[in-house]
Design a binder for this molecule. Structure first.
Ligand code: FA5
Length: 350
């Protein structure tokens, strides 16, 4: 116990300062404390031991109060984050939800279901990239340099360039993976097996946003190559997939379309589940009664050639389907932007 009057007074003074200080550790090095230590020399040798003991006790008490004060200062003042404020740059760490209250994101859950359906049909699942080069985005897909179809993709470019001096890009479709898939599995063809792969992954476009257009969304690419593949194989594969995914037969519209990397090319649209074409003001289909779901076609011979596959021997089909749109139609979500919104009241329904 500290009963030396000088030390008692010092204790009271320094404890008071420590409790309110912004840098409490500096008080442990204060001049007054140093002086109290230096005073030991002048103390009667018979009382020196007791003085030293009390001084140590004072230092220990001060040290634990300084630690408590430091912890108090480091505690972050958590403010609720306003996710609707576009410029709210809030770097504080929010309190995490216990994992028991969380669930996997609906897009993750649906990608798993889509992958399982295709795996049962003999397809292997591959991943895409979040940054790619212009060769995979355009050249390998039969978009010649300066071809106007390149502009259709509203691609985000980076400032970094590849070895040819071309800007790297955030892929605007999963078709960037076609050339890599064909090269990776080319040996299947030698063995008499097909190349059959899907790529469900994230893509990015500089879009005008609305109920069915996001800037960041997901596609599932499908690539199938073997001998004698025809449009009938393509349509029946997609119908099989859609029927299995939705658990029912749906009204599908197939229209001819143009993609440089498929010939012939088609677009599949689903009958709008929100208005079935009865509402000319429908936000989802703009009153057309159909929502475009995917693009597809027979792989252009130039795309096969750029991967080293002989188009006179082999043919194939490819498709690229919007996963967010698939999900919208399945769960009747009337605005695609909910999926990337991080709104818990929406996400908790899955
Ligand atoms: C393509 O991206 C082609 N790569 C598809 C393809 C692959 C064709 C293989 C032939 C062979 P498109 O731009 O139409 O095509 O997009 C395909 C699908 O992605 C659309 O049908 C739609 O479901 C979805 N999609 C396109 N843009 C958006 C967007 N901004 N937001 C949400 N989904 C979109």
């Amino acid at each position: 116990m500290i009963d030396n009057p000088k030390l008692l007074q010092l204790k009271e003074e320094l404890l008071q300062q420590t409790k309110t200080s912004d840098s409490p550790q500096t008080i442990l090095r204060s001049d007054k404390l140093r002086q109290a230590m230096a005073d030991i020399r002048n103390i009667d040798p018979a009382k020196r031991g007791e003085y030293g003991k009390q001084l140590n006790q004072l230092k220990q008490e001060l040290s634990s109060v300084a630690e408590a004060r430091q912890a108090e200062l480091e505690q972050v003042d958590l403010k609720p984050i306003d996710v609707t404020a576009p410029m709210d740059i809030n770097c504080q760490v929010p309190q995490l939800l216990p994992s028991s209250e969380g669930s996997r994101h609906p897009i993750t859950q649906e990608i798993e279901k889509i992958s399982q359906i295709f795996e049962r049909m003999g397809y292997v699942v591959e991943e895409s990239r979040e940054i790619d080069d212009q060769y995979h985005m355009f050249e390998s897909l039969n978009f010649p340099k300066d071809h106007p179809a390149r502009d259709d993709y509203d691609t985000f470019m980076t400032e970094d360039v590849d070895k040819n001096g071309d800007r790297l890009i955030a892929p605007a479709h999963t078709s960037t993976m076609q050339n890599r898939i064909l090269r990776k599995y080319i040996d299947n063809l030698e063995r008499g097996e097909p190349i059959a792969s899907i790529v469900p992954d994230r893509v990015f476009r500089n879009e005008d946003l609305d109920a069915r257009h996001e800037h960041t969304f997901y596609q599932v690419e499908g690539v199938y190559v073997a001998k004698g593949v025809n449009v009938g194989n393509l349509i029946s594969t997609l119908q099989e997939f859609l029927q299995e995914y939705y658990g029912q037969k749906l009204d599908v519209r197939v229209n001819p379309f143009y993609f440089p990397f498929t010939e012939p090319s088609f677009e599949f649209a689903l009958s709008c589940p929100f208005c079935a074409g009865d509402n000319s003001n429908c936000k989802v289909c703009s009153g057309e009664g159909w929502v475009e779901l995917l693009g597809c076609g027979l792989i252009n011979p130039n795309v096969l050639k750029s991967a080293g596959i002989d188009p006179s021997q082999y043919s194939g089909f490819a498709f690229g389907c919007g996963i967010d749109r698939l999900i919208m139609m399945k769960y009747q979500i009337e605005d695609i932007r909910y999926l990337e919104s991080a709104k818990l009241d929406f996400l908790k329904q899955f």
